[in-house]
Design a protein around this ligand. Structure first.
Ligand SMILES: [Zn+2]
Length: 387
């Protein structure tokens, strides 16, 4: 069916398998699919998800009904499959619901369907120093939504990409970042200029070597994506270095589980302060998601405050911290490349740590511009492009 207001969503749901039969039990409806899968749906769940215009506002496709507004023991008086293949439920209180079979299958919560859904979730593809760099072409990204989607999927799953053919006028970075969505402003500006300057408010604005780090670990939410665009690069040195923080964390989990655990559990404070601002965030270096997968790395040695852990934990924390930093220096993880004018890096700042070799400002000019975009914007853009 998939008519516009058939469900509380703007996506479409292909018919994977037709409804073959339906049977009402005391607290649930058993749906049998043409491919023999059986999915139970509790009465409460079905009533809660009724897509009718009384339960969902058709303009926003957001729910109006709150489940507490119907009886907790509400049961189906009658169930059937109609001529369009939809599941129809007549409730004991007189309300009627009708469910699109594509939508219903996509939300079924029998074990098999849930396992299938978990398996089809996007997975990070871990990489090492020998990663064949995913490279994209600026004009294609600006004009072609399919090319744009391929780039964004690489950013999501690999966390490191390069774009070539970018104009070298200052400010051009803004246009390509806005192909995704809003730029995240910070105290360093909408676009920040990476140049060495005498009154630097961060080590980033010197000619020093910068060790592997994420940007703004001093914030509750670290920026999701970071862009670094090369306008001029005549100075000797200054090569970009990247490591996959998720790959290092997974290797650490295998090779030194105690250190891995310490970095997941013991919070560390990161600080960024100047004359006008004072940002501080206390959080563990490795964050895990609800499934125990590594979801974030927070690291910048030059922004780290003194460790504040118990006397018993302090040696464990130092051991784990040293081990992690030592791993970021191992050649097996490191990808090094010099960025040329008209090229940019776009990477997952909460996953891919970046570094810069020292450069010699006496040998020529070096000017990069950077900006941030949050992960939410990336993921939303991907889902809309995939509709
Ligand atoms: Zn309804």
């Amino acid at each position: 069916m998939n008519t516009a207001a058939a469900f509380a969503d703007f996506r479409t749901y292909p018919l994977i398998s037709a409804l073959a039969g339906v049977q009402a039990l005391t607290d649930r409806v058993m749906v049998k699919w043409a491919d023999d899968r059986v999915s139970p749906f509790h009465h409460q769940w079905l009533r809660d998800n009724c897509p009718c215009p009384l339960c969902v506002y058709t303009v926003t496709r957001e729910q109006v009904l709150e489940i507490v507004d119907v009886e907790e023991d509400l049961v189906a008086a009658e169930t059937s499959v109609d001529a369009q293949g939809c599941l129809c439920v007549a409730w004991q209180d007189g309300h009627r619901s009708r469910f699109d079979p594509g939508w219903l299958r996509a939300h079924a919560y029998d074990d098999e369907s849930r396992t299938e859904r978990r398996a089809s979730k996007p997975q990070s593809r871990l990489w090492h120093g020998d990663l064949p760099l995913p490279v994209f072409d600026y004009p294609a990204l600006m004009n072609d939504n399919d090319a744009l989607l391929q780039w964004l999927l690489a950013v999501r799953d690999i966390g490191l990409t390069q774009v070539r053919g970018v104009p070298t006028e200052p400010g051009s970075l803004k246009l390509i970042a806005q192909r995704i969505s809003f730029i995240r402003e910070s105290n360093f500006g909408v676009l920040f200029n990476v140049q060495s300057k005498a009154d630097a408010d961060s080590n980033a604005y010197t000619a020093f070597n910068l060790p592997l780090h994420s940007d703004l670990p001093t914030r509750e939410l670290q920026p999701g994506l970071q862009f670094l665009h090369c306008l001029v690069n005549d100075a000797e040195g200054g090569e970009s270095i990247f490591v996959d923080g998720f790959a290092i964390a997974e290797a650490l989990r295998q090779e030194d589980p105690e250190a891995f655990q310490a970095l997941c559990e013991i919070p560390v404070e990161f600080r960024n302060k100047d004359r006008h601002s004072d940002y501080r965030r206390l959080a563990p270096i490795i964050a895990l998601d609800a499934c125990g997968q590594v979801s974030e790395i927070r690291m910048a040695n030059f922004l780290r405050g003194p460790f504040d852990a118990s006397v018993e934990q302090m040696p464990k924390l130092y051991r784990a911290y040293r081990r992690f930093i030592a791993m970021t220096r191992e050649p097996r993880f490191r990808l090094m490349q010099r960025l040329n004018p008209g090229e940019l890096w776009c990477f997952d700042n909460r996953r891919t740590l970046h570094a810069r070799n020292a450069f010699d400002p006496g040998t020529g000019a070096r000017h990069f511009q950077g900006c941030y975009v949050d992960r939410d914007e990336l993921l939303s853009r991907i889902l809309v492009l995939q509709r």
